[in-house]
Write a protein that binds this ligand. Sequence first.
Ligand code: RRO
Length: 311
Amino acid sequence: MSKLDLTGQINGLTFNQLFLNASGVHCQSTEELDDLLNDPYMGGIVTKSATLAKRDGNPAPRYYELQNGSINSMGLPNYGFDYYIKYVLSDHAKPTILSVAGLSAADDVKLLHQIQDSDYDGLTELNLSCPNVIGKPQMAYDVDGTRALLDEIFAFYKKPLGVKLPPYFDLVHFDQIAAVLNKYPLTHVNTINSVGNGLWVDVASESVVIKPKGGFGGLGGKMVLPTALANVRALRQRLNASIKIIGTGGVQTGADVFAHILCGAELVSVGTQLQSEGLGVYKRLTTELERIMTDKGYQSLSDFRGNLKTI
Ligand code: RRO
């Protein structure tokens, strides 16, 4: 294993390796979550976003691998909140992040009340950015709605809480969402969720490639790397230093991981590439990242984290 320091911290909690899974990939069942926890190259795990009740999600086909990424409209298939809180409440050798996603703001509040009233003191991440629940907008694109929701939550919620954000594309929107998030004692933001409502066309069959929503779905993988890096960087430049950033999106190589850290990510999560390559991805990425760090003479992520140069 590594002689380099690949650790990160969120809310004083140390992750001994920088890698997480992106929520949604290989994290729906306890068996899958155990696989991730048993991988020595992973720093911690994120659960599939839990809703109050179990959900089957959208009809298949609902995930499709593209040449340069993926498109999905899973529709929040998960075993329900009780299943995931039971899992994170048992003893694990690594930090866990319990991801939760209400189907409405009222559901979000109910989920967080249940965590507040439970024995779970670990990290929770409120998913404000699922693009695939039919008829439900992505909450974090509504800045005033996000402020109202976080006001309601932090009136009673006293445990470590972060949020999962959708990608933003306008510098004014970065300013607006950061100004709201900076008002609350958030532990972290996880950026980016998939780029919502892309569409892929299979020319041979003259058809869309996933069934839900007439083929529209969230984009991930290589094609979203520049968007992910922009969101990590722009939010790192705007958020309070106490709010750490989990960089998610577009990681295929150790160089991509290095770029996320340079933009300011504390930890890095991998989704599409985990789905296509399988669990060996974290060992490969660690080896590639360590090669780059060694060549550059860096011993720790903190030697270059956030130090992106401009010209
Ligand atoms: O389950 C999904 O369709 C899904 C979720 Br909750 C999410 O946050 N992001 C995504 O790309 N798919």
